[in-house]
Design a protein around this ligand. Structure first.
Ligand code: NDP
Length: 336
């Protein structure tokens, strides 16, 4: 079988040479384990953090070892009661063609309801991040003015659409290209801007229309975006700190220091709530989310956007391209 290994740790932006696509032997199955042939694998921004040798909420990837990540695959062989060949499961050993893992670490999914890739996006961890971050962390309520950054991405595109469905009075998104801005308006965002076009602070102000400020900021980006949002938040505004992708590929050794926010003190007088979260801590809302989403997806009221790259050998490049903004919606690799 073939798999991606971490050949070296990226300094700043990852490059192709940081990854090695290698042949590997599959281990024999122990009691309780399954052999899975992957159908789709995920590349996600958080994986960039795991490529650094630092302590975090997930352990770092090890040099010369296979990378890991979300995947959906078909069971080829099973030594676990309750799991049969032909079952399809979502699990954590992506970046490879085949995986051997305990059946307990895999969850069955139904491909008659949705394609494999959807379980890595809207129906998976990505979708729950959007839902839990908006409703449970930022405590969104109808009538709120919402701003989401990284809005054309996997999480962001769902945040904006969910907010709209639940009665936001205005949803504003930022993204990195005119095509993405057009896409956001198509998805029902009330206003959208390209953050490359000028200071986020000015563009956010213009996007407010008649509104005095924003009530909720869903932060995927950090840095200048977070600073601009803090300035634009109404009293008692809420921020869900989901990600800070503008900071992930900085290389302080070459003079690229982290940036912003410099105006955090405004949070005191405005009595803002600014809360970081990890989706894994909100797993108890997975069923609630699935019940919320299914009818909206079926009715075409929420669109599950994906950028699909074909071929396991293209996983590392898809990861690099995703960090650079090549994707709209969820970046996934299909192994068909
Ligand atoms: P996306 O689909 O949004 O892909 C990443 C996007 O980030 C790119 O498409 C690019 O779009 C944008 N981007 C890259 N660099 C910058 C930059 N310097 N400034 C602004 N935007 C940039 O990924 P996800 O939806 O999977 O993840 C979005 C965020 O949510 C990430 O920060 C991620 O770490 C976080 N996350 C957090 C979780 C949690 O549990 N807390 C769980 C899942 C995700 P563009 O063209 O617009 O620049």
């Amino acid at each position: 079988t073939r798999q991606f290994e971490l050949a070296s740790r990226p300094e700043g932006w990852p490059v192709a040479e940081n990854f090695r696509f290698a042949e590997a032997e599959l281990p024999t199955l122990n009691e309780g384990e399954i052999l899975v042939k992957n159908l789709a694998v995920s590349v996600d921004p958080y994986m960039r953090g795991r490529m650094n040798d630092v302590k975090s909420y997930v352990p770092p990837f090890q040099l010369d070892q296979p990378l890991e990540g979300g995947a959906v695959g078909e069971v080829l062989a099973s030594r676990a009661a309750g799991t049969e060949p032909g079952d399809v499961v979502v699990h954590g050993l992506g970046w490879r063609e085949h995986a051997v893992l305990p059946a307990q670490a895999a969850k069955k999914v139904d491909l008659s309801l949705a394609p494999a890739t959807a379980y890595l996006g809207a129906l998976g961890m990505t979708g729950l991040t959007a839902y839990a971050g908006l409703l449970k962390v930022a405590e969104f309520k109808a009538g709120d003015v919402v701003f989401v950054s990284g809005a054309a991405g996997a999480v962001g595109s769902l945040v904006g659409q969910i907010a709209k469905q639940l009665g936001a009075s205005r949803v504003i998104g930022s993204a990195g290209s005119p095509e993405k801005v057009a896409k956001l308006l198509n998805l029902g965002f009330d206003a959208a801007f390209n953050y490359h076009d000028g200071p986020v602070k000015d563009q956010l102000k213009a996007a407010l229309g008649d509104e005095p400020g924003i009530d909720v900021y869903f932060d995927n980006v950090g840095g200048e975006h977070l600073e601009a949002a803090i300035s634009a938040l109404n009293p008692f505004g809420r921020v869900a700190l989901c990600g800070a992708i503008s900071q992930y590929n900085l290389d302080p050794a070459s003079g690229n220091a982290p940036s912003g926010p410099r105006n955090l003190a405004l949070a005191i007088g405005k009595q803002l709530s600014i809360k970081g979260f990890i989706v894994g801590s909100y797993a108890q809302y997975a069923d609630e989310y699935a019940q919320f989403l299914a009818p909206l997806l079926a009715a075409g009221k929420i669109h599950s956007e994906e950028t699909v790259v074909h071929g396991i050998e293209n996983t590392a490049q898809a990861f690099i391209d995703m960090l650079g903004g090549a994707n709209t919606g969820k970046m996934v690799i299909s192994l068909d």
